[in-house]
Structures are given as structure tokens and as C-alpha cells.
Design a protein around this ligand. Sequence first.
Ligand SMILES: [Zn+2]
Length: 615
Amino acid sequence: MRKKRNINPLKWIAWLFSPIQKNGAFFVFMFALGWICTQHEIMPYYLRNKGAEPYELSAPELFLDIYAVCCLLMLIPKKIRIWVKALLYVFFYGLALVDMFCYERFESTLTPTMLMLAMETTGQEASEFLSGYLNWDSLKDGVGWILLLIGGHFLWTIIRSVGARITKRMILPKVNESLLMIPKVIMGLLVGWCLYSAVSQTWDNKMAIKRLFSYDTIGQVEHEMTKKDCAKLYIPVYRLAFGLYANGLADTQIDQLKAASDKIVVDSCSYRVPNIVVVIGESYNKHHSQLYGYQKPTTPRQVAMEAEGSLVKFTDVVSSWNLTSFVFKHMLSLYAVGDSGEWCDKPLFPEVFRKAGYHVTFVTNQFEPKAKEAVYDFSGGFFLNDPELSQRQFDQRSTRTHRFDDGVLKEYDNLKKKEDTLTLTKGNLVILHLMGSHVDYRARYPQKTNTVFKPSMYNRPELTDKQRQILAHYDNSLLYNDSIVAAITQRFADKDAVVIYVPDHGEEIFDGSPYMYGRMHGANIDYRLARNEMEIPFWVWGSPLYRENHPYGWMAIQNAKNRPMMTDALPHFLMYLGGISSPLYRPELNVISPEYDVKRPRILKNVTDYNSLKK
Ligand SMILES: [Zn+2]
């Protein structure tokens, strides 16, 4: 006989409580674990004792997430559920320990780069790493709290199982079922209210998480993360999922790049200019360069080089984006904005040079994979740090970054020494990637010896004292950069060489309202934004020997200096300088070619044509 189904709303309300009731310990201990993580791992790390607050919706979001897991657990038969819970405990506790350990050791929670490094690490490296880092000192603070919680959980489990054995032997009086309903309904109501409140508070973040995990490329993900309402990955499990997702996307593009590089064809190479040096700067506001008319002497050496006739400055150059990684991809790839497909469907120019017989050296003061690395560094560096692609691109490269950019010179000199013992090559391509004026500006130059500009030198009443100090730091970083680029040209003074200087993008530095520094990542691009963040200095320096050997080339460079250009076209100019004959070369993108397309649209961030912006 079938039971008569009786629909009792009170039962439904009481049922709301049962996922927690049936998984009481799981709910309590996992909530405590999440709470320790959210309250202790405050990002960014350097602000943790300076007023940065934990994620404000930690409690409702933890409640919602753990409740959802409890509901899923209810779907599993009880006998299996115990084992699933045990596995979940191992996973969540272990993950929280790793995440907290990273936070305290590397000042960052789990990142895509950390996962990438972990996946590339061999067993021996891992044990060396752990023996180097794991000690009593690392067991305090957050890690200690988690261990304490695990201990408490153990203890509670033992007490409960002993208690269960005792109550089994006792004969307990039967309690009336309907009497038990009352507290259950009250708890059900409470849970219902908590759920309603949690959903309404955390809905936006849940939608943002859904959006974050819906992209096809790592670049889109990076762009999403520049938005103000970007997802808060507030507990370790979300950060792990994000790390795996980001690495998955990066792997797809690496595969595309490898496929593109397999198709490189070089017909011949004349090594037109035997030494080609590309210096990639960082966050350079053109209008703070004395070379381009800034009132303060931020580039005395560049001005002197221009005066002696060895430096030609281009006056109308923009970057394709205001994010380092996007610019890097566009500037290294033979892809040009407007082409069909993606940047990773075309090969990168260093590999083309290498195939043509050039010896390619890469020194970067930014893109060495570091544990404490944000997604934008990951996005910019993954394709240069993939072991196979790196080997295809570069004959030699630096292996560490330095505090200041003079470290780039040291790295280059060291590599050079090694290289001289090898057989001489017909051509050298050297790519030097500086830290330049990346925020935080005061950390970009040796303050003790290189402070020239001071806040009091700025007649800017609209700015606060603090803002004037930031401004002074920025200008000092440009002056320091001037000494570095001059030193680079010195290293090629006796060779047949050109040095090309190109920063990745500009920077806001209190020029025009809203008065701010850094970069803005809103959807709208107006001239104010483009002027500060995309207009960049760009110059070519020719050594005495180069100017003597290549009078026509030098003339062509001088004649091209007022041509409009976007830096995604740079590889084609470089291929011309190298005398590389290949179907990949497009003269309409080579700024000094007679066939150069001066009317090419310069689409910023893939949306707005710079040429159409009102100045
Ligand atoms: Zn940058």
C-alpha cells in the first residue's frame, strides 16, 4: 500500500535545516576554516597592517557556499557520504594550509603562476624547496590557527565516537516526534532567513565569478580583472580553480604559438644591421619626457644624443593597449591589430630572427616567473616562460630580476661574457626589458643617490603634498631611466648598431582631471586617456658606425619620424633592419618603408581608432 503523501509546509521549513543538521561537524569546522582564511589572508599583503579589511561578505558567502556543499552531500547515500566527507576534509584542510603558507612566505595567496611553477617542479626541487622553507617559524600565525583547528576537529571526532558508544548502551526515553518538530521549524526559519540574506548580499559576486570563468583567452580574463566589480575569489578553493582555469587557457595559446612557429619561413637574411637592440620600457608618460617638451630635465642624456644627431625621436607613436601583457603580445607577435585570428596565430619576431641566423638575447627585469605574481604578470609572461617556446625564441636569457634597472645592464654584461667564448655570429638581436617606471615609482630608482626632483619644485596647487611627492618620484624614475638607456647605447658605441627605445604604454601622472596616477581600465577611451596612457616616446639611436655604413637607412629613419605608428607594427620594422626576407614580412607595416600605410587605423584596446579621437 502506498503511503498517503501529506504536504505540510512546516515540514518543508524544517527540511531547510536538515543539510546542516545531518552534516553538523562538517558545517561548523569548514565555516571556521573559511573564517580563518578570510580574516587572516588580507590582500594586498603590504596593506594588511595598514587599514586593509578582510572581504566584507565573508560570513554570508561562507554560509551559502558551505550550505550548498551540505545539500550536495545529502544526495549521497549515508555509507558513502562519510568517506566523501573525509576526502573533502583532507582536501580543504590541505588546500587551506598551502594557501596560508604561500600567503605568509610569498606574501600572496595561490596564484596561476604558483600552480604553473608547481607543475614544472621536479620531486627533488620540491623537497629542497620544502626543506628550505618549512620550519617552526612557518607554523605560527595563520598556518598555526589552521593546525589548531585540525587538532580540535580530531579531538571532537574522538569524543563524539566515544559518546556515541556510551549512548548506544543506554536506553533513552522516546521523545514525541511532533515535539521535536518545533525546534526544527525554528531552525528552518532561521536557515531560510540566512539563505535569503546571503543570496541577496553575495549575488553580485557570484555573477562576477561566473563571468570570470566564462572567457576563452587569458587576455580577456586579465581585462575582466581590471574591472572594479571583478570577482572576489575569497577562499582558497576558488583561487585553486582560477589557477587551473588560467593555466588551461594559457596552454591553449601556447599550443597555437607552437603551431604558428612551426610555419616560419625565412628565404634569406642579409644581416643589414648586425646589431639590433630593442629596449622595452615601462609606464612612460610621453609628456613627462624632456625630449618631448616636458619642462623638467628628466631626459638630459637623450636630449644630448638628439642634439649630437645620433637619436631620432618619433613624434606620433601610440601603444595598442594600456596593459603590459596585451602590448607585449601585440609587439612581439607578427600579428597586427586588425588581422584576422589572434595574436598567437602568428609567430613571435625573436624566433623569426633566430631562424634567420641572428643570435637572440633576452634580458627581462619583469617576466621571470615569481611565486608572488599577479595575473597580469602571468598573462604577460607565460608565453615567454614556457620552456619550449623560450628555447625557440632565445639563444640566451637572464634568469633573475633585479631591484633596479642597472641590474639589466649587469645581466646583459654577464651574458655577453659567456657569448664571447662562443663562435661569432653574423647578427645580434638584443631585447632588454626594463622595470622602468612601474608603480610603485619610489622603488624604481636608488633614492639615496638619484633623488633630483622634490615635491617643493612643483607649482601644482591643485595637488596635495602627497600627490606632489608621487609626481617627484615618477620624474626621478624617468631621470634614472635616462641614465640606463644612455648606458645601453654606450655598450654599442663601437659597433654597427641601432638601439630602439619603446615603452609598453604610458601612465597617468596627475595630468588633467580626474587627478590620478596609474592607469584607468574603464570601457571608454577618450583623448584624455589616450594622451596619458597610450601616447608614448619612441626613438631610434644609430651608432657612429651605423650612420656611416647606412646613410640611406639613417635618412629613411629621419624621414619617417613624424609618421603615425602603433607599436603592434614594430616587428616589421625590425625585420627590415635585419634584412630578413620572408613571406611574413609586410612592408605596409614597416614605418620606414616607402610602402608604409600612413592611413592605417590605430585601434586602441581593439575598440577605438586613435586617429579619430578629438585632440
Ligand atoms: Zn606596463
